[in-house]
Every structure is written in structure tokens, then in C-alpha cells.
Write a protein that binds this ligand. Structure first.
Ligand SMILES: Cc1cc2nc3c(=O)[nH]c(=O)nc-3n(C[C@H](O)[C@H](O)[C@H](O)COP(=O)(O)OP(=O)(O)OC[C@H]3O[C@@H](n4cnc5c(N)ncnc54)[C@H](O)[C@@H]3O)c2cc1C
Length: 468
């Protein structure tokens, strides 16, 4: 039986789990091409999960085993929409699974949001994880909010000039950002952070990080383990407002029925009992507080804030104005968001690709050969493992379509390679990733660490080419 050629767009967890689900069954032979615009696989497992969480980052070892299979091929450094259009990809494969994640962010929609110094968590996270898209080939001072054409890195300039930072959001990504901003560099030196990231973090002088949560302590989406890590950071005081823990009736009801909320509130109540030591660095947790404006003329100088409360319908509304917080850096961490890729149907309101059970829906009904999985299918929710069941659902829909003969094997995997070759594009395959991996391990061991991330495109490509 001729194998079905399936292209998976995105080598993050959802794309690789889709490849795993496709190849774990033996009834329908498949050949899977996992394509990523970056030179390396693993998506946010490499470029999102916090570097000081090595055990979660090591999930990539499990993901890599799927890429090692004979019926799976990795095509790195190939961007759909740039190197090949969606139509071209569909023309050389039998089915396509979109797994390209949700790389954009939600905005605060307050005045001053575009001032220099106001950035989105995805940009800061990409920087400290060493994503080559935000690490231009040469660095130097600049003022914008994304790498500029001269190779300057604005995030580096911001970090080195910040004393007080505000992080808006009450989820785990906000906690990651708070930790990285407040930790002393010696607490990050055993991570796989790129050398230049560590260098910048080594000269930062951030004394205060303020986290703003528009609801109360019973409403956070932190996982308790991550929340508790804040109390383990060396020489940092945690500043909370005791009145925030006089829980109102809805908060008490929440704590009664939600174990995570109860654990989070209990963890923070414990901190209220800890003496403030007068440490040189502080994390301030502001509940029932939201930003009203970012203050500054050319760049961020502070954040206007207000106290909030819930109205009768449970909506967050303003209660009263509060004193602004002086700050040179504002990081909005209020959610990731999917983006439209040309040629792929997209629901702009939800930031997702429309589908039923993972089968993509176009304006005239189900697409004959398109499927979707991961964050671009369901939005930025859940843990890494959630992408596995999500991918299984999508692959189930696809295999059902093969059984119903709605999807038929007509192509050969060599057609994709030939089309790329015709364009002069040389994809990076799994052996290339292994060479990059070896180079990162060697670089790390030179500094007494397990590995050091290579943050520049040119260096990744050079390592991929290096037979040593
Ligand atoms: C900051 C942060 C920290 C996190 N920490 C944790 C954690 O500690 N534990 C946990 O369980 N979960 C964590 N998560 C969630 C987890 O990372 C996600 O659930 C998961 O990565 C989503 O998988 P995905 O494959 O849908 O998307 P991604 O991981 O984003 O993968 C998408 C891939 O598609 C590629 N791509 C995009 N556009 C194109 C294109 N045009 N052509 C080709 N390829 C393309 C991208 O380069 C990327 O590799 C974290 C998320 C973030 C943002």
C-alpha cells in the first residue's frame, strides 16, 4: 500500500505529537515531513519553557525519538508562507497538519503601550531562550521593541537600563518573566541560556519587579509549584498587601471549590508571615490592580494603575485610582495569540484556525486535506502533555478520512524535497540538528554547564554544517 504523505507545519510539541500519533498506528502506512521555520525543532519547549526549568525542557529528548523514526523526516529552516506557499505544500503532499503555534500576544489596550520599554512577554521570552529570530547577528544599543535592521538588540538595552519593572498578568509565563528579571545571574548560570543573554543579565541592576493581577489572589492561573519558586529566590523580599487576603465571598467560594486556588492562596498567606528582611531586591505582588496607562514621553517612565473589583456579573471594573509605579520596563503577559498564515483559514476573533475535531473548515465546508493541532487549534492553553491528546484527536480525524477514502495516497515524500531543491532551499535535517546539539553541549561543557544555547542563525547554520 502506498504511504500517505503528510506534511506537519511546526516542529513544536503538537506537531511532533501528531507525527507520533500518525506513525504509532500500522493500518495506514505514512511518511511524515515535519517542517519548521527555525533551524531546530521543539518550538516552545526550546524557546518558551523557562531555562531554569531543565526537567521540563528535557521533554525534547522524548520528542526527538519521534523525529528519529524512518517514516518521519525533519525539514528545518523552511518557513511555510516564505519558502513555500500553503498551496505549493498541498500540491506535493496528500495531507497537511498545521501545528504552527500561537507566537503573537494579546495587548493591554492602554495609552502608551507602544512606548520604548513596553514589550510583550513573547519577545522577552524569545530573547532569554536564545531564539535566533530576536538575536540579530551583531548587538549594540538601540531603542525599539524588536531587533532592528542594524543588528541592535533592544531587549538587551532595556534590561541593562531597568531598575524597576512591571509585569502584567497572573499566569505561569508572568512568573517565568518575574524570576528571570529578579534572579541574580549566578542563579541562572547553570541553565542553557546563551552566553550573551547571561552577559546582559550579569550587568542588570533590577531591584524591583511588580506583578499586576487584575483579580484577587483566589483567581490566579499560576501552578502552585511555580508560584512557590518565588519564595526560593536568594536575597529577594516578597511584598504583598495583607488586605488582599481578606477574601470576599466570591473568592472564598472559589477557594472552597478549586484546590489549586486554595493552594495558591495558602502559599501566599504563608508569605505574609515571613519577615521582610530589607533585601536589596523585591518582588511585589499587586492583586486587584490593573494598568490604566504607560507613562513616559520617549520611553517608559512609569505605569498608571487602578484598584479593581468585580461587578455583580463577575466582570472586572475600576474601583479607584492608585499611585503610579515608577518603571523603565513593562512586560505584558496577558496571553499568547495565534496569527494568520496566508492561504490558511483563520478566525481573527479567536486567533485560531477553524476546525471540527482537528479537520480544517474553509468557507465552503471541510477542506479535503487540511488538519490542525496544538495552540493554533485550541488557543494557548494547557500544559505540554495537553498537545498530545489534542494531536491524537486530529490524527484520528485524518485516519478516519483515509478509511472513508476521502483522503488518498497519491504523492511521494521525494516531491517535497524536489520542490525545495528547485527553489534552492536546503532544509536542515535530523543529522543537522544532532550536529547543532553536539555543538551546544560542547560549548556548555567548556563553561562547566550541560549545554549553552546557540542564539544566532549564522552560528546554528555553521554548527549544522560542521562534520566534527
Ligand atoms: C513562555 C512559555 C513557557 C511555557 N512553559 C511551560 C511549562 O513549563 N510547562 C508546560 O507544560 N508548558 C509550558 N508552556 C506551554 C507549551 O510550551 C505549549 O503547550 C506548547 O509549546 C504548544 O505547542 P505547539 O506545538 O502548538 O506550539 P509551539 O511550541 O509554538 O510550536 C510551533 C512551531 O511552529 C513553528 N512555525 C511557526 N510558523 C511556522 C511557519 N510559517 N512555517 C514553519 N514552521 C512554523 C515554530 O517555529 C514552532 O517551532 C509554556 C509556554 C510558554 C509560551
Amino acid at each position: 500500500m502506498k504511504p500517505l504523505v503528510v506534511a506537519v507545519v511546526g516542529a513544536g510539541p503538537s506537531g511532533i505529537y501528531a507525527a507520533e500519533a500518525l506513525t504509532a498506528q500500522s493500518e495506514i502506512p505514512v511518511q511524515v515531513a515535519v517542517i519548521d521555520k527555525l533551524p531546530v525543532p521543539f518550538g516552545l519547549v526550546r524557546y518558551g519553557v523557562a531555562p531554569d526549568h531543565p526537567s521540563i525542557r528535557s521533554i525534547r529528548n522524548t520528542l526527538e525519538r519521534t523525529l528519529e523514526r524512518d517514516d518521519v523526516s525533519f525539514f528545518g529552516n523552511v518557513a511555510i508562507g516564505r519558502d513555500l506557499t500553503v498551496e505549493e505544500l498541498r500540491s506535493v503532499t496528500d495531507a497537511v497538519i498545521y501545528a504552527y503555534g500561537a507566537a503573537s500576544d494579546r495587548r493591554l489596550d492602554v495609552p502608551g503601550e507602544d512606548l520604548a520599554g513596553s514589550i510583550a512577554a513573547p519577545d522577552l521570552v524569545a530573547w532569554y531562550c536564545g531564539n535566533p529570530d530576536v538575536h540579530p547577528e551583531t548587538s549594540g544599543p538601540s531603542t525599539g521593541s524588536a531587533p532592528d535592521g542594524d543588528g541592535h538588540n533592544p531587549v538587551e538595552e532595556l534590561i541593562t537600563h531597568t531598575r524597576q519593572a512591571v509585569v502584567v498578568g497572573a499566569g505561569n509565563v508572568a512568573l517565568d518573566v518575574v524570576r528571570v528579571l529578579i534572579k541574580n545571574v549566578d542563579e541562572l548560570e547553570d541553565t542553557d541560556m546563551a552566553d550573551e543573554v547571561l552577559q546582559v543579565l550579569g550587568v542588570k541592576s533590577i531591584t524591583d519587579v511588580h506583578l499586576l493581577a487584575r483579580r484577587g489572589p483566589a483567581y490566579t492561573s499560576f501552578t502552585t509549584k511555580e508560584l512557590r519558586e518565588l519564595a526560593k529566590i536568594d536575597e529577594v523580599d516578597l511584598i504583598l498587601e495583607p488586605a488582599d487576603f481578606d477574601l470576599d465571598e466570591p473568592s472564598r467560594a472559589r477557594v472552597d471549590k478549586d484546590k489549586i486556588a486554595a493552594r495558591n492562596v495558602a502559599a501566599m498567606q504563608d508569605w505574609l508571615e515571613r519577615p521582610v528582611t530589607g533585601a536589596a531586591r523585591r518582588i511585589h505582588l499587586h492583586f486587584w490592580t490593573r494598568p490604566t496607562k504607560i507613562i513616559g514621553t520617549d520611553r517608559v517612565e512609569g505605569v498608571g494603575i487602578e484598584r479593581t473589583r468585580l461587578d455583580d456579573t463577575g466582570r472586572v471594573i475600576a474601583a479607584r485610582a492608585l499611585e503610579p509605579i515608577p518603571a523603565q520596563l513593562v512586560v505584558r503577559s496577558v496571553g499568547y495569540r495565534g496569527i494568520a498564515l496566508e492561504g490558511i483559514p483563520y478566525d481573527a476573533e479567536l486567533g485560531r484556525v477553524p476546525h471540527a475535531g482537528g479537520h480544517v473548515i474553509r468557507s465552503d465546508g471541510f477542506s479535503p486535506d487540511e488538519y490542525v493541532t496544538g495552540w493554533i487549534k485550541r488557543g494557548p492553553t494547557g500544559v505540554i502533555g495537553t498537545n498530545k491528546s489534542d494531536a491524537v484527536e486530529t490524527v484520528h480525524s485524518l485516519l478516519n478520512d483515509v478509511e472513508d477514502e476521502a483522503l488518498v495516497a497519491e504523492h511521494d515524500i521525494a516531491e517535497l524535497a524536489a520542490l525545495l531543491a528547485e527553489r534552492g532551499i536546503t532544509p536542515l535535517d535530523l543529522p543537522a540538528w544532532r550536529r547543532i546539539n553536539a555543538a551546544e553541549i560542547a560549548r556548555g561543557q567548556g563553561h562547566g554547564r550541560d549545554r549553552t544555547t546557540i542564539a544566532h542563525h549564522s552560528e546554528l547554520l555553521a554548527a549544522a554544517d560542521d562534520p566534527a
